[in-house]
Write a protein that binds this ligand. Structure first.
Ligand code: ADP
Ligand code: MG
Length: 917
């Protein structure tokens, strides 16, 4: 068997499509399952192996080569060399544990994001053993016949077998974004030479996408054998772009580190010259300060909490592609949303049919043909209703969808609009099967969202007919006459007005209308849109109900509470859009501006900007026009999320700060351009994702506040020691500072990063993009409030021991147990202050009891961990020796246990006062 990998792709370009098929041992009907199996075994899965990932070992090692880690290694070394080996080992130990912990966080974040990619499988339509199937793109093999439609990604390299106005975007390979026309004819040597790389008109390449038209091809190469795969194997890992938050954190960490080093240097100088410490001892002392102030663990924790948020969003039907988007979601100020399918269910049921002669009512809902068509309250007999019959004929034959009956249940294959028309036909007892035979279709002018019409050409009794359906204005503009009791009557302006007025009445009720027209065609040549869609005879209108999605009204209310605007951008008719927008609460005022695509095309930027400051709906717009709306909103300073599903939506999706693609109805191209994909196509999922985005940012702040809290009580003891010129022995040793910063604080802090959404999160306006993570408020709260309280309490604990057992210097002179006890108490008091603080950090303004005092299990676990850790330090002899700690007495424990509660009560009172103000 000769196969693609043996022959160059260009060689196939010269063969006819039939020869290519024989060469590939395939047929138009496709491969058999057995053949697929054996080829899959031979050629492997059709996947592009991920570009080289950063090796785990390298990631692991970076955690031990950060500035802080290096400082600690050096400090440990100095301690070892200057006669305090326990201190040196302890410092190294703490450094090691901290590094492993950071690595574990990074690893988990990576796992979480890579798991997401698996949730986004891509499917392709193939022909196998004579049947069309939807299969995973990974299961394609050379020789498979793939069917392409507008918006599809091309899943492998191949030779075209058919191409119908096929245009392909090959920018992923060539970098040029102009689309390339494709055809099936064999290429000559000369043509190939002129064309250059990837330009062979009858070849398609993996990684490119269909922009227009349709076609089919036989697969020549899959996976790493494709051109795209070969390029991918050459490029090494792409550096991940840092998100704004990560950049800010980088800067923040650097700034805080700089401050830490300055403080450390000052302490060093003071310790040497003021207290008279030898320099190695002073260095380690100063190092304590540096470690206290460096916000270690900030970056990995933030990355992990972003990754966990992404996981959470995925469970709520919003797949986010990059961590950046999580942040942007929290800043979103405007959502530009489609209507059909996103805000509404996209389950159309026709309720009314209007003809210039008669009105009809249709009963029943859903895709079950249970219901009847009535006229003036009586069931109709279709044979007596000539005009209605013609409307139903157009509706069912100018139609690409089908309703399939499967085990007593009806299933729609195709679009809901068209499905509803088929149901109407069934309810009117129309014999579709017979009519299909009588009116064979031999051409189609497919629907496109710019023209908003579609037409099909049929033959009956030697006559050729054009059947057209589409939006009312779009159809009526092609009509010159109308049908009345079987007669074709010229369309006067008065009748036109009457038709439009009737349509508007229906649209005002929120019904979606479709108009139908036909004509007899004299020729069968030159069947262009211009030639066919003119001089039509208007037949009638159908009006269908598309109910709002469940919960969409609440979601819209939540957006309004959260000061997020919603702008409906739809292809549907203005009055229908307005009625639905009002029904679901998107617009409320009296002055709602409905701007159509035509208005938009003729509107200056400044006028549009002015309009954008009002309640506004965009109706009858083409997807291309979304781009302009999005970019003008952005120029007004808005952060825009925009939805879309088609090929033409891609530019707007890319332009938007958050491009949202529909997972179910969306094309591959739209999904590729988007930042977020909704697996349920539901507007509510966008709002949930925004809430999650806000929550994450708030949690990172809570986390930051908490780890900054302990800086003050860690610094004050050293300050006391220095200011008293060493009269007051150091109340907290360097090792003990390390214990808090790199030990006890870790797990509770991580718990804060996973806090549930705080009530009221969606009652505030979005965060400003310019707002910094670390605000003055947080600094004040951390240093001048929580930090101050904790300093007073911990120093109090130190002196409490002295008060009971005597001044430590005297005792220190004898055996040092009182000193050890006093410092242990300082340490333990800080830890217990942090227990209070972690509860206080859980909310910014809400009462703790509202979110449930014990509702965060991770925090409770973290607290247990830190209490056990501190108890170990107190009672395990080996650790006692390393950390200069000792066992404490019962009254000391009582003192400690009493610390958190008053702290929490004071904060609850403060928060209550804030809520009142
Ligand atoms: P939307 O779904 O938001 O209404 P579309 O671009 O899908 O936007 O459709 C625009 C309009 O084109 C619809 O409101 C309808 O009037 C018309 N339309 C939609 N689908 C079809 C179709 N298959 N055939 C004819 N007309 C259609
Ligand atoms: Mg649509």
């Amino acid at each position: 068997m000769k196969m693609a990998q043996a022959k160059s792709l260009q060689a196939y370009a010269k063969l006819s499509s039939a020869d290519t098929l024989t060469n590939m041992n395939s047929t138009k009907a496709g491969l058999t399952e057995a053949e697929v199996k054996s080829r899959l075994a031979k050629y492997g899965k059709n996947v592009i192996a991920a570009t080289k990932k950063q090796s785990l070992l390298k990631v692991f090692l970076t955690n031990f080569t950060s500035m802080m880690a290096i400082l600690l290694w050096v400090a440990g070394l100095i301690a070892l060399m200057t006669g305090t080996p326990e201190l040196g080992i302890a410092i190294w130990l703490v450094n090691l544990i901290n590094g492993v912990f950071s690595f574990w966080q990074q690893y988990r974040a990576q796992q979480a994001t890579s798991a997401l990619q698996k949730m986004l499988p891509s499917y392709v339509k193939v022909m196998r053993a004579g049947q069309t199937n939807k299969i995973l793109a990974a299961d394609l093999v050379p020789g498979d016949i793939v069917l392409l439609n507008s918006g599809d990604n091309i899943p492998a390299d191949g030779r075209l077998l058919s191409a119908d106005s096929l245009e392909v975007n090959q920018s992923s390979l060539t970098g040029e974004s102009i689309t390339v026309n494709k055809e099936t004819d064999p290429q000559t040597d000369a043509a190939l030479k002129n064309a250059g790389k990837y330009a062979e008109a009858n070849l398609v390449y993996e990684g490119t996408s269909v922009v227009n038209g349709s076609g089919s091809f036989v697969v020549l190469a899959t996976g790493m054998h494709t051109e795209f795969g070969q390029i991918a194997s050459l490029t090494t890992s792409v550096a991940a772009v840092k998100s704004p938050l990560q950049k800010e954190l980088d800067i923040l960490t650097r700034q805080l580190s700089l401050i830490a080093i300055v403080i450390g240097a000052l302490f060093f100088v003071a310790a040497v010259f003021f207290v008279g410490y030898p320099w190695p001892k002073a260095f380690i002392f100063a190092l304590g300060m540096i470690v206290a102030f460096i916000p270690e663990g900030l970056l990995p924790t933030v990355t992990l909490s972003l990754a966990m948020a992404v996981q959470k969003m995925a469970k709520k039907n919003a797949l986010v592609k990059h961590l950046n988007s999580v942040e942007t979601l929290g800043e979103t100020t405007v959502i530009c949303s489609d209507k059909t399918g996103t805000l509404t269910k996209n389950e159309m049921t026709i309720e009314k049919v209007w003809l210039p002669t008669d009105d009809y009512t249709v009963s029943g809902t859903g895709y079950e043909p249970n219901g009847i068509v009535t006229k003036a309250g009586k069931k109709i007999d279709l044979a007596q209703e000539h005009d209605l019959l013609q409307l139903i004929r157009i509706a069912s034959l100018c139609n690409d969808s089908a309703i399939e009956e499967k085990e007593n249940h009806y299933q729609l294959v195709g679009s809901p609009d068209e499905g509803s028309l088929l149901i109407l036909a069934a309810k009117a007892d129309y014999d579709l099967r017979d009519e299909r035979k009588n009116y064979p279709r031999y051409n189609e002018l497919p629907f496109d969202s710019k023209r908003k019409r579609m037409s099909t050409i049929h033959q009956n009794n030697g006559q050729n007919y054009v059947f057209t359906k589409g939006g009312i204005t779009e159809v009526l503009s092609c009509c010159q006459s109308y049908l009345k009791n079987g007669q074709v009557i010229p369309l006067t302006e008065a009748v036109k007005k009457e038709i439009l007025a009737k349509n508007d009445d229906l649209a005002k009720e929120g019904l979606r209308t479709l108009a139908f027209a036909d004509r007899i065609l004299q020729t069968t040549t030159n069947l262009t849109i211009e030639n066919c869609e003119q001089n039509l005879t208007f037949v009638g209108i159908t009006a269908s109900q598309d109910p709002p999605r469940e919960n969409v009204m609440e979601a819209i209310q939540r957006c309004h509470d959260a000061s997020i605007r919603i702008i409906m951008v739809t292809g549907d008719y203005g009055l229908t859009a307005k009625s639905i927008a009002r029904k679901i609460g998107i617009v409320k005022g009296a002055d709602v501006r409905v701007i159509t695509g035509d208005d938009l095309a003729n509107m200056s930027d400044s006028k549009l900007k002015e309009n954008l400051t009002h309640e506004i709906i965009f109706a009858r717009v083409a997807p291309e026009q979304k781009y302009r709306v999005v970019s003008l909103l952005q120029s007004l300073g808005e952060i825009v999320a925009s939805t879309g599903d088609g090929v033409n939506d891609a530019p707007a999706l890319k332009k938007a700060d958050i491009g949202v693609a529909m997972g179910i109805t969306g094309t591959d191209v739209a999904k590729e351009a988007a930042d977020m994909i909704l697996t349920d196509d539901n507007f509510t999922s966008i709002v949930n994702a925004i809430e999650e985005g806000r929550t994450v940012y708030n949690n990172i702040r809570k986390f930051l506040l908490y780890i900054l809290n302990s800086n003050m009580p860690e610094a004050v003891p050293s300050l006391l020691f220095l200011l008293s010129k060493g009269m007051i022995p150091l109340p907290l040793t360097v090792m003990q500072i390390l214990t808090i910063d790199l030990g006890t604080d870790m797990l509770p802090a991580l718990g804060l990063a996973t806090e549930q959404t705080e009530p009221g999160t969606m009652k505030k306006p979005p965060r400003k993009r310019t707002e910094h993570l670390l605000t003055k408020q947080i600094i004040l709260k951390a240093f001048a409030w929580y930090g101050l309280l904790a300093s007073i309490i911990s120093i109090g604990a130190y002196f409490f021991v002295n008060h009971l057992n005597g001044w430590p210097t005297t005792a220190l002179a004898t055996d040092g147990t009182v000193y050890a006890m006093a410092t242990t108490m300082t340490l333990a008091a800080i830890v217990f202050c942090q227990i209070g603080a972690v509860f206080n950090c859980r909310t910014a303004e809400q009462s703790l009891f509202k979110i449930g005092f014990f509702s965060n299990k991770r925090i409770l676990g973290g607290i247990c961990f830190e209490v056990i850790l501190i108890a170990c330090l107190m009672y395990v002899p080996f650790l006692q020796k390393l950390f200069g700690t000792t066992g404490i007495q019962l009254q000391d424990w009582l003192f400690l246990i009493c610390i958190p509660l008053p702290l929490i009560i004071i904060e609850e009172i403060r928060k209550k006062m804030i809520r009142k103000a």
